[in-house]
Write a protein that binds this ligand. Sequence first.
Ligand code: ATP
Ligand code: MG
Length: 482
Amino acid sequence: MPDYMFLLESRLSPEQRAAMLRVQELAAVLGFNVYLTGGTVRDLITGANLRDLDFTVEGNPSKMARELEKGGAKVLSEDEKLRHVELLFAGDVEGSISAARDEHYVRPGTRPEIRWSTIMEDLRRRDFSLNAIAISLNPASRGLLLDPTNGLSDIEHGEVRALSIHSFTNQPVRLLRALRLAARMGFKLESRTQEWFNLAIERELQLTITPEDAGEEVRSLSREERPQLILKEWEEGDLLELVHPILAKKHPGYDAINRLIKVRDDLYMAGFRPRLATPMLLAIFSRLKDRELSNTLSKLGYRSAEIEAIEKFPEKALDIQKELAGKKTKTPIDAYRYIEKIPMEYVAYLLAESSNSAALSKLKAFLHKWRPVRQALPIVATELEALGMPRGPKFDQIVQDVFAIQLNGRAKTPEERVKILRKLSGIKEPPKKKEKEKKPAKAEKHVETPAEKKAAAAEKHATHERHKAGMKAAAAKHKGKK
Ligand code: ATP
Ligand code: MG
């Protein structure tokens, strides 16, 4: 058996790892069995980005949610009936915890009856085999892969396979999901699944997808890495109309999507991994008028606060653009301080959509010039420390001053920086060579402890005195003291 625990730990970010350990610990304390499930396991196996951590517990996750909240996690949403909690763990780690459940459809297409179940039953009620795999996080079986529907093999064959002939009948939204997953992963529908899919379309089951379910798909779509691939599949399958007739008629904003994706790749290169759901949503719907967008979102079950935030997003971006073109951000350091506080999704949006050259050049300088300088700032601190400056508020201020100077294109070489650091700190050049030769041991010694610093200060003072009074007098003084 491959060591999935090893695979997992090597693929998780430190923050994700901490979140997983916390959930594991809590489940053990509360006596629940806990598993990693769904997209997390699928993405782990396929090598895709681990965006979020989906946990399933054999028990009620609400107690765990309360405990996690105490530790600083945020509950983003909680469905008590479904026993499903969406969370933001410390370090911005997205995740969810669900109770293991089985679903029984009294009539196809209606809401299923729910029964709390074991993990195996939970996996079997899922949509596609590649989503029905779990990894145990329990002490006795940590790392064990549970794959009751042979999803691993489907992943190897690059196929999306529905788990039952009733899959699309029971939940027609799975028509959208099937195409989304296949397009995202570059998979095809397994042959029988394709037949069931075609049959469902023939029977026009797609028309029974509820707007709320379609809305959930739109939400997921806006979080996708390459939504254009999915939109094309939906368009070709005549399913886009289900999302909204106007979107189908006017078509998605493919150009805007591509611009944003280019910017996102650029941001990745610069070390940022921003969440771009809102700008992506705006790009997808960019051919719709404002009124059409809010109507569409409202029909898709977006809450009014969400719609308002989405509508206001471009206005806010415009305010930011104004600031970037204005006096307050005239110097590089002021621009830097301003941009570092802007949420990255606005930076991305402006880079993709703005045509204001002043704003754009500052944003680009921030990413490609200023940030690298900022990241190298610890070197300046080391240089200053090497000159003998003790750490403290004044020290920090000097480092910041040097940073501002560097943003103006100066202090690039170590020699130039040392000169500037001496000037700012008032630390003079070391004594001339002659002096050094006289006391090689002391000159070489690195000043570290307060006692040494004191000694060095005394020495400096003494040297100064010697120069002032002349070597003879100083020697006499020295002798006299002895
Ligand atoms: P993503 O990377 O988009 O988060 P995901 O597979 O995790 O992908 P979610 O919508 O978070 O997608 O769903 C989590 C899991 O819940 C899925 O992997 C799947 O096992 C199950 N699931 C989601 N929607 C359905 C559905 N309509 N029918 C059956 N199972 C579903
Ligand atoms: Mg998920």
